[in-house]
Design a protein around this ligand. Structure first.
Ligand code: HEM
Length: 457
């Protein structure tokens, strides 16, 4: 039977008795206890349900089975508008980045940026990644307690600045690193995270109000990026992203505006290191939480040298499986971007009308019992035993919006893990399980994964 879902309808697909809009409590649960809330909705409403509203996000259809994801990802991308669902990112990243583009301009921007994350360019980042990791290791001392999330962020931020942006020396580099760190660390606080989701709290009442401080910190990052842009000018010829953006010319012979370049830089900086840093911290946590998995990986790493070819390291099967399982069990992004229908569409037996949004829930899909038995168990062997389809395993989303930096993220995670584990024995400071908490739009391990070096080899 075909049901019709209208854009303004606020009922769930299966229309359960007594279903209500989330109240403030429901919204706060989704912000602060996202995983149990999502599991609760899935248990009540099934694999595909209509989420009436999620704070600043418009209502959307939540998809958490492979059939639904396949139907969405194999549909013509021209059916959907993604930019209109991405407006919540604007205060954080500006309003002119790839996240705010659709159709032809989106395709062109992807084409411009893509080479920086693939092929030869990607390979050339290997040495930079291992050198940066080495310098972070050099700063560790035996028995000192440190946050692995912070150490990973130090690495991933330096990688994006040096490898992708071509900024590696001098005061500008240091200032940008520090200021970006301050800006993004605001989202460790529940107050700042809440303001991102509840737009009525976005009031600038001066530096001492949360939103005022957020704007202040953001503008300081903008200032530093603006200086870097002015320093380079449009005649720049490097292969890094900033040079590519500054030298790009559209059909009318125009360069991108400074605002466009700034927004894109913010997006690349944010998307390009926050996510990878949290994922790396999780990988270290899981490996040290499960000694037998750690030992399996150590056996594999014993077959290579510290100075082995980074591309060879990236191909190691058990290391790859550990990284894949890390991104499965607690995906950093709980959802892909929403896709909003530009026209009516038949989806899984439902007639959807123009204006309805759909988004795969990465977390629920990655815990679907038909695909991942004992899904709460960290088990890299799953990825050795079988290959999952691009609709069953989607840490980087899919279709025309698939994460632009996925190859860099995977490469970076593997090289950092191999470089650290070959040289240092680490241990977790606490033996209790760590759960994910929200960090702005993403999730990360609660408490940042406190670790100690027990031995330098
Ligand atoms: C473990 C690390 C990462 C994870 C889990 C991740 C995840 C995602 C997800 C889920 C999406 C949405 C895809 C969709 O809606 O279908 C996305 C988009 C995106 N990611 Fe990543 N990402 C990671 C690292 C990176 C890196 C290193 C970069 C490089 C700068 C990057 C740049 C982007 C960009 C530019 C988009 C938007 C693509 C578009 O709109 O066409 N990400 N990412």
């Amino acid at each position: 039977m075909t049901a019709t879902i209208e854009a303004k309808q606020t009922q769930k697909l299966a229309l359960p008795q007594g279903f209500k809009r989330y109240g403030l409590q429901g919204t706060l649960n989704l912000i602060f206890r996202p995983l149990p809330s999502l599991e609760g909705y899935r248990d009540r409403y099934g694999d595909i349900y209509y989420s009436p509203t999620f704070a600043g996000f418009p209502p959307f259809i939540v998809i958490s089975n492979a059939e639904g994801v396949e139907a969405l990802f194999t549909a013509d991308p021209e059916l959907f508008d993604t930019a209109s669902s991405n407006t919540s990112f604007i205060p954080l990243l500006g309003n002119q980045s790839i996240l705010q583009l659709d159709g032809e301009p989106h395709k062109k921007r992807r084409k411009l940026l893509m080479p920086s994350f693939h092929g030869q360019r990607l390979q050339s980042y290997g040495e930079i990644i291992t050198n940066i990791t080495q310098s972070v290791i050099n700063g560790w001392q035996k028995d000192n307690v440190f946050s692995m999330r912070k150490a990973s962020q130090e690495i991933t931020l330096s990688v994006i600045l040096q490898a992708v942006f071509g900024i590696s020396k001098g005061d500008q580099y240091q200032s940008l690193k520090e200021q970006l760190g301050n800006y993004l660390d605001l989202f460790n606080s529940p107050i700042y995270t809440t303001t991102l989701f509840l737009s009525f709290l976005q009031k600038n009442w001066g530096r001492w109000s949360p939103w005022g401080n957020f704007i202040y910190q953001r503008n300081k990052v903008y200032e530093l990026l603006s200086q870097e842009i002015d320093k380079r000018g449009t005649g720049t010829e490097g292969e890094d992203i900033l040079s590519l953006l500054l030298s790009a010319i559209d059909e009318e012979g125009e360069h991108l505006s400074k605002n466009e370049v700034m927004s894109e830089l913010m997006t690349m900086l944010f998307a390009g290191h926050e996510t990878t840093a949290s994922s790396l911290a999780w990988a270290f946590y899981w490996l040290h939480f499960h000694p037998e998995i750690y030992h399996n990986l150590k056996d594999e790493l014993d077959t290579i040298n510290v100075d082995s070819d980074p591309m060879e390291i990236a191909k190691l099967p058990y290391l790859s499986a550990v990284v894949s399982e890390t991104l499965r069990i607690y995906p950093i992004a709980l959802f892909t971007f929403s896709r909003t229908l530009k026209t009516s569409w038949e989806f899984m037996g439902y007639s959807l009308e123009k204006g309805i949004s759909l988004a795969p829930c990465i977390y629920l899909l990655h815990h679907h019992p038909d695909i991942y038995p004992n899904s709460k168990q960290f088990k890299p062997e799953r990825f050795l035993d079988r290959q999952f389809s691009p609709y069953e395993y989607i840490p980087f989303g899919g279709s025309n919006r698939r994460c632009l930096g996925y190859a860099l993220a995977l490469y970076e995670m593997k090289l950092v893990l191999a470089t650290v584990l070959k040289q240092v024995d680490l241990k977790l400071v606490n033996s209790q399980p760590i759960l994910p908490v929200r960090r702005g739009f993403t999730t990360s391990p609660q408490g940042g994964v406190k670790m100690q070096v027990s031995n330098f080899k």
